[in-house]
Design a protein around this ligand. Structure first.
Ligand code: ADP
Ligand code: MG
Length: 262
């Protein structure tokens, strides 16, 4: 169904490419929860069309990093820009930015009282103010893209976890985001459902969607990532193309981590 895009000729280092092509630009980000420092001096760029996969042990700050990008968390210091603009703390600009950075969570968070179609069409109607027929047409198109068109009239409770997550991805796409942030999108799924969700994400990557994906799925990281970011203890310890990261990790803690998970 999808064609894998060819890998980029040049790989952009974590902090290079601070130009118009950087969809996400993070500089010197620090994040505290009270007296606990969760993120330390994070610098990272995600270029237009790039897929960056974040891996690392539990508690290393991966979710918090994602959540800081669209301000589900406040930041303590540093700068985060999306599409060339600093992420504001609140207000209409923040809503605009959230629309540009769609988020897919581990728990799908679909509205159980709405049908699949209504879940996907909701934000286009309420936030983007599309006329209902147009929003529904868009929702059907997106459901087609994630292989869920035939389930449009069901309620989330009638679907498997993998199907619900595919609907959640369609819902995120319905805002026509510039970048998709995915925080462990397959961690809550039974093993047999993981691949169908990864296939959808791989397809989006092949179509050129910019993505920041936190995952423990090493096969996906290896195949779909343009760059892999390894985090531990709130720090980025390595950024590398998947080929290098998985065959010859430069960082000792990354090597230890891979020895445990591969
Ligand atoms: P990961 O996603 O890599 O497992 P998290 O970003 O969820 O890591 O958490 C990183 C660290 O920050 C952990 O030690 C976690 O306990 C802590 N943390 C996360 N959210 C909060 C919060 N709301 N309040 C206090 N500590 C938090
Ligand atoms: Mg997490």
């Amino acid at each position: 169904m999808f064609v894998r895009k060819s890998p980029p000729d040049t790989v952009i280092p974590a902090t290079e490419g601070a130009n118009a092509d950087s969809l996400i630009r993070i500089r010197d980000l620090n994040k505290h929860f009270g007296s606990f420092q969760c993120l330390f001096d994070i610098n990272l760029d995600v270029a237009l069309g790039e897929v960056v996969v974040v891996i690392g042990p539990s508690g290393s700050g991966k979710s918090t990093l994602c959540r800081c990008v669209n301000r589900l968390e406040t930041i303590s210091s540093g700068v985060i820009e999306v599409a060339g603009r600093p992420v504001p703390a609140e207000g209409r600009e923040l809503a605009r930015l959230r629309a540009q950075a769609g988020m897919v969570f581990q728990s799908f968070n679909l509205f159980s009282h709405l049908t699949v179609l209504q879940n996907v069409a909701l934000a286009p109607v309420k936030v983007r103010r599309l006329p209902r027929p147009r929003a529904h047409a868009l929702a059907r198109e997106l459901l087609e893209r994630v292989g869920m068109a035939d389930q449009a009239d069901k309620h989330p409770g009638q679907l498997s976890g993998g199907q619900q997550q595919r609907v959640a991805i369609a819902r995120a796409l319905a805002m026509e985001p510039k970048v998709l942030l995915c925080d462990e999108p397959t961690s809550a799924l039974d093993p047999e459902m993981i691949q169908e969700v990864l296939d959808v994400l791989t397809g989006l990557a092949a179509e050129g969607m910019t993505m920041l994906v936190v995952t423990h799925e090493m096969g996906f990281a290896r195949r779909a990532a343009d760059r892999v970011v390894f985090m531990d203890g709130g720090r980025i310890l390595d950024v590398a193309p998947p080929e290098q990261f998985f065959t010859d990790p430069r960082n000792d803690r990354a090597a230890d981590f891979l020895a445990k998970v591969l």
